[in-house]
Design a protein around this ligand. Structure first.
Ligand code: SF4
Ligand code: SF4
Length: 77
């Protein structure tokens, strides 16, 4: 993987997303997994994020569905 979580945090555009809810959480749900406060899926802008390209993913809603690894079947929770 060409990108790590600290770089992903800087590039993450979740704060501009309609589903995003500010509750002091660390960003880059595609790495960190589900949010504890975002519950409603009302749009996801991950497909426009530079991080998606870097991690070779086209998934959405990491904040409600889990990290890229989890969604790829890599890690079960
Ligand atoms: S793909 Fe989504 S969760 Fe991951 S860094 Fe980009 S906006 Fe954030
Ligand atoms: S993971 Fe997707 S749905 Fe969740 S806040 Fe980020 S851009 Fe929005």
């Amino acid at each position: 993987m060409a990108i790590d979580v600290s770089k992903a945090k800087k590039l993450c555009i979740c704060k501009n997303c309609p589903s995003y809810f500010e509750c002091g959480e660390k960003l880059a749900y595609c790495f960190l997994g589900k949010s504890k406060c975002i519950k409603q899926e009302v749009g996801c802008i991950c497909p426009g994020c530079p991080v998606e390209k870097e991690i070779n993913s086209t998934k959405e809603y990491y904040c409600t569905r889990g990290s890229n690894k989890e969604l790829s079947g890599g890690v079960k929770k």
